[in-house]
Each structure stands twice: as structure tokens, then as C-alpha cells.
Ligand binder design. Structure first.
Ligand code: AMP
Length: 571
């Protein structure tokens, strides 16, 4: 006996394909606009025409189903065209991370086996540097904004606009198996070579629909008809968190930035009436710090912040400016969205101080996401908001492995759950809070100390701009926290002031007394990864030989004389 449904021979089973997202957008909003800086403006109808032309043009260049097309572009309407045309023709879109080093870019191009690369003139010098070692790329297509043509020693098969102009808009996109690989890109871990993750049509459609379900409707921070969407996270990084697919499926006006600058972000928000964006905390901080981001200008802007912990002080400042802020959590391996920290109706009447505590959590799972917080034996830790464990997940859209890397794939999926490598706590209300990365967590005196909690408290000090806390080896206590701090311009805050503040928090029980760093080092700036996150890998390397201070005083937290502000290369 089986309950499998019967299918009429005439029925269309409608596989979950990216082309269906585009088709429904065309039915909803054919005249809606897609804008690229002040350089281009298209309707969705034009967009569909250009997507067809791009597929026809790529076919002329020899791209077939099963091939891989690499893209090195700034955020643009062209990138959005690639998001659709390349997977819809049965090829895989490789969104090349242009902020990696040339050697890493070379590795990703060869490992992904790119057949054709679409490259912005701005990135030609990178390709020139590595071209003699690039394997198997049959053609290069130049992307530019119509200015002076980039000079290059490389042989270009076409430029994008000429390719589109001479191509047929009526490309017939085939019905594919929904498990066909649609996209791939690389994530850089703390060690080793970049790792390729990949997503199928089915996964991207389900991620789009679940995210759309979670993000639309009533309540704070929602995205609905009438909103204007502008991503401020790069399109090469996890499809700009999947939001361009959601915005297209909803038929919203979309605005693309090209090269980021706070000035341009502010210009476009004002000119195009942008209402919804997403970014990492650093970018939000840069925008808020800009002199033109005057009071009132950002009022009503809805922003999802993710990719790193949203510091409480930054969230409060954003709220003070009228920004409707929400945290999101996920990672490259998870397509990316797992959770969103929307307020529940009972939170809406709370004051800012209480609300901010909800808004900066990682939030609750979006539909179809199953999350657990587990100990090292994969047992669920209590949902008490205080017991930490590793976050593991299941959802229909998680990468099923790392590209051509079975050993790391097995580790990622140990026990049938995707291991995020993040440490978190889950409350009785179901809200998840990230407290650390597994590799960043500081183990001292047999306790796990959350570096994020200490950082958050340090940057509450009005004289502190940024802070990072890492563990440094200690023969007695395993590790001790070291705080690396950037002062605000003009501030002369001292290490003993910061320490005294932290000791006060420890006395009040906000953090454990082991969490108070015995050393605080001042630096002019903190290192960032290619997507603007704090790079603790670099910090750990820079401070590798930095010896922990005498530990007894560290844990007693009282007597040790103010540690020296080392006049090293970091200061
Ligand atoms: P990536 O794969 O580069 O997108 O990085 C994903 C990692 O960023 C996660 O595993 C987390 O460590 C971190 N991350 C993402 N969102 C958050 C968040 N809301 N709070 C804290 N960390 C986050």
C-alpha cells in the first residue's frame, strides 16, 4: 500500500525553479522599477527581456546546461540578471568574492571550474595577475558602466551590453530537475582554503518563500508592497542574503548601489525613497557616523543587521535615529537565513531599553527551520536563556556539503545536523542569542566566557569606538581574555577605566569575574574580513605571542597594577 498521489499524464508537476519566481513577479508588477545608481533604470518587463538576452548571449559563447559561469561585479542590475538567467538556463552561477586575495580568487575560479567569467573592468587587473594559472575558462565578458573602456592585455569575447543587444530576448528556459545546482560560492573559514557551498533551484525557491513568509505582513520591520529595497551587503556573499530573490518575487522596486560609500547610500535612500535594507554592523556604524546622516534623515528605514553580533549601543543609536532595526542570523552554509529577531506583539509597547534586548538577539527560526542548541554529546541544553551550547540546524535549504570536499562535508553534517560552529543560548520564549563562535569562545578557569558579551560591555563606554576580545593561551587558566580596543576620535579613555567598568559589571553579576580581561590594548583600527566582519583570525595571529598577564590578579580582579599599554606596532 502506498499513499503516493496519482498524476494525470496531462498534469504539470511544477518543479521548484527560479524561473517561477521571476514569472510570478512579472504577473504581479511588470512596470515596477529596477534601478542602478543614477546609471540605469528598467521595468521588470525590460528585466525579463534582458534576462532572456543574457541567456541567448551566453549560449552563443558556448555556455551549456551544466556549465559554471563566474561573475566578478559590483552590486548591479547586471548581477541581478545573472541571479536569474544563469541558473534558469541550467548553468551554475559562481558569485566570485572579489574581496579575496588574488591567490584565493584563483583557487575559487579553478575549484569551481568556471567556464565563462563576466568581469567588471574594475577587477580586470586581478584577473591579469592570475590569468596564466586560470584553468578552463573559455571566454571573458566585460561588464562596465559605459565610461572609458578598460585597457587590458586579456582577450575579451564580448562586452555585456553588446552581447545583450545582439541576442534573442525570447530564450526558452527549460524545465530542469529542481535539484539542479543553481549557485555556488566560497566561504573563508579560520583555517585552510576557501570552501565551496552550493544551492539548488529547489533550495533557493524554498528559502525565498520561507523568508518572504517571515518578512511580510504586519509587525515591525516587515517588507511589503510599496517598500523600496536596496541591499547593502554584497551580492557575491550568499546572494545578498537571498533578499534580491524575495524582492523580485514580491515585485518590489529595487535599487543597486555599485560601489559602496556612505554618501551614495544616503543619496539613494533620499532619491529613490529606499525603505528596506540589510547590512553588517560595521556598515551601519559607518552610515550613522556620516555627517550627512542628519537627525531624521533615516527615520523609518527598516534594516536587518546580520553577519555579526549587533552591539547594543549601535542598535540603540540606530533606534534613536528612527531606524526600525531587526537582527538576522545565518551563515554561508545556510543560504543564509535561519532566524530573525522580530518583536512579538507583546514587545511592541516596551520602552527602547527593553525592546533593544529583543532586537539584538538572533531571533526565532523562520518557517521550516529546525534549530537545536546542544552540548558536545548532541544533547539539548535547557532552554533557560543561560546554558550555552552549539547551534545545529536543519532546513530544506542548507548546503548539502562542501564542493568536492567530502571530509569537511561529513564534519559539517555530523550526526545529520548542520553544525554552525556558533555558540548560543535559547530562551523559554524560543529566541536564540549567539554568544560566540566555537573557535572564539574563551575557556578560562573551566568556564566558557563569551567574547561577544565582553565586547558589548566595552563599547558601551562613550570613549570606545570598537572592541574585540580574544583568548590568549595561559599556562594556568588555559586561556585569558585580551581586549583590543579602538578609541573614539579625541577620546583618551584608559585601560584602567575600561577595566574598572568591567569589574563593576562582574560585581553586579552581569559577567563572571573570569570574563574581565586583565589586559587591554589600544589599536588604531581592527582588521576586517572581505565582507566587513571583525577578523579574529588575524587578531589571534597578531597577538599570538602576547603573554597573558599574571593570572592570579586576573581572577581576583583587584590588585594588579594597571597593565602597560604596549607601544607595539599595534598601537
Ligand atoms: P558567513 O558565513 O561569512 O556569513 O558568516 C556566518 C557567521 O557570522 C555565523 O556562523 C556567525 O558566527 C556570524 N553571525 C551571523 N549572524 C550573526 C548574528 N546575528 N549574531 C552573531 N553572529 C552572527
Amino acid at each position: 500500500m502506498t499513499n503516493l498521489i496519482e498524476c494525470s499524464a496531462a498534469a504539470y508537476s511544477c518543479p521548484l525553479l527560479i524561473k517561477h519566481l521571476l514569472n510570478s513577479a512579472l504577473l504581479r508588477a511588470p512596470e515596477q522599477e529596477i534601478v542602478y545608481r543614477s546609471q540605469a533604470r528598467f521595468s521588470y518587463r525590460d528585466f525579463r527581456d534582458r534576462v532572456g538576452r543574457l541567456a541567448s548571449g551566453l549560449t552563443k559563447l558556448g555556455v551549456q546546461s551544466g556549465d559554471t559561469v563566474g561573475v566578478m561585479d559590483l552590486d548591479s542590475h547586471r548581477y541581478l540578471e545573472c541571479f536569474f538567467a544563469v541558473p534558469m538556463m541550467g548553468a551554475t552561477l559562481h558569485t566570485i568574492n572579489v574581496r579575496l586575495s588574488p591567490e584565493q580568487i584563483l583557487y575559487t575560479i579553478n575549484h569551481a571550474k568556471d567556464d565563462v567569467i563576466l568581469v567588471n573592468g574594475e577587477f580586470l587587473p586581478i584577473l591579469e595577475k592570475i590569468w596564466d594559472r586560470v584553468e578552463g575558462v573559455k571566454a571573458l565578458v566585460l561588464l562596465d558602466d559605459g565610461g572609458e573602456r578598460a585597457k587590458t592585455t586579456l582577450s575579451l569575447a564580448a562586452d555585456y551590453e553588446t552581447l545583450l543587444a545582439g541576442a534573442d530576448p525570447d530564450f526558452v528556459f527549460p524545465d530542469l530537475d529542481e535539484d539542479t545546482r543553481a549557485t555556488t560560492f566560497y566561504t573563508t573559514g579560520t583555517t585552510g582554503l576557501p570552501k565551496g557551498v552550493y544551492f539548488s533551484h529547489r533550495q533557493l525557491v524554498l528559502h525565498t518563500m520561507a523568508l518572504r513568509n517571515a518578512i511580510t505582513g504586519t509587525g515591525h520591520g516587515r517588507l511589503n508592497d510599496g517598500d523600496v529595497y536596496m541591499p547593502v551587503t554584497p551580492m557575491f556573499h550568499v546572494h545578498a542574503w537571498g533578499f534580491p530573490y524575495v524582492a523580485t518575487a514580491l515585485g518590489l522596486k529595487q535599487v543597486y548601489l555599485g560601489k559602496y560609500s556612505p554618501d551614495l547610500v544616503l543619496d539613494l535612500i533620499a532619491r529613490e525613497k529606499v525603505t528596506f535594507s540589510h547590512c553588517v554592523p560595521t556598515i551601519l556604524q559607518m552610515i550613522l557616523a556620516h555627517p550627512r546622516a542628519a537627525e531624521g534623515m533615516l527615520n523609518g528605514w527598516k534594516v536587518i543587521v546580520g553577519g555579526a553580533a549587533l552591539p547594543r549601543a549601535l542598535a540603540k543609536e540606530a533606534m534613536r535615529r528612527g531606524i526600525d532595526i531587526t537582527t538576522g542570523y545565518g551563515m554561508s552554509e545556510t543560504c543564509p537565513v535561519l532566524t530573525l529577531a522580530h518583536l512579538r506583539p507583546e514587545h511592541e509597547g516596551w520602552d527602547v531599553d527593553r525592546q533593544v534586548e529583543v532586537r539584538i538577539k538572533a531571533g526565532r527560526p523562520i518557517p521550516l527551520v529546525d534549530i537545536r542548541v546542544v552540548d558536545t554529546e548532541m544533547r539539548d541544553v535547557p532552554a533557560d536563556g543561560t546554558t550555552p551550547g552549539e547551534i545545529v540546524a536543519r532546513a530544506p535549504w542548507l548546503t548539502q556539503g562542501y564542493l568536492r570536499d567530502p571530509a569537511n562535508s561529513d564534519k559539517l553534517w555530523l550526526g545529520g545536523w548542520l553544525h554552525t560552529g556558533d555558540i548560543g543560548v535559547i530562551g523559554a520564549d524560543g529566541y536564540l542569542k549567539i554568544t560566540d563562535r566555537l573557535k572564539d569562545v574563551i575557556k578560562t578557569e573551566g568556564e566558557w566566557v563569551s567574547s561577544l558579551d565582553i565586547e558589548d560591555l566595552i563599547i558601551k563606554h562613550p570613549g570606545v569606538c570598537e572592541a574585540a576580545v580574544i583568548g590568549i593561551p595561559d599556562p594556568k587558566w588555559t586561556e585569558r581574555p585580551l581586549a583590543i580596543v579602538v578609541r573614539k576620535e579625541g577620546s583618551s579613555v584608559s585601560d584602567s577605566e575600561i577595566k574598572a567598568g568591567l569589574q563593576d559589571y562582574a560585581r553586579k553579576g552581569v559577567i563572571s569575574r573570569y570574563a574581565v580581561p586583565d589586559q587591554i590594548v589600544f589599536v588604531p583600527a581592527l582588521p576586517r574580513t572581505s565582507v566587513g566582519k571583525l577578523d579574529k583570525k588575524v587578531l589571534r595571529e597578531q597577538f599570538r605571542d602576547y603573554a597573558a598577564a599574571p593570572s592570579a590578579s586576573a581572577v581576583s580582579g583587584a590588585t594588579r597594577a594597571s597593565p602597560v599599554e604596549r607601544p607595539t606596532q599595534y598601537a
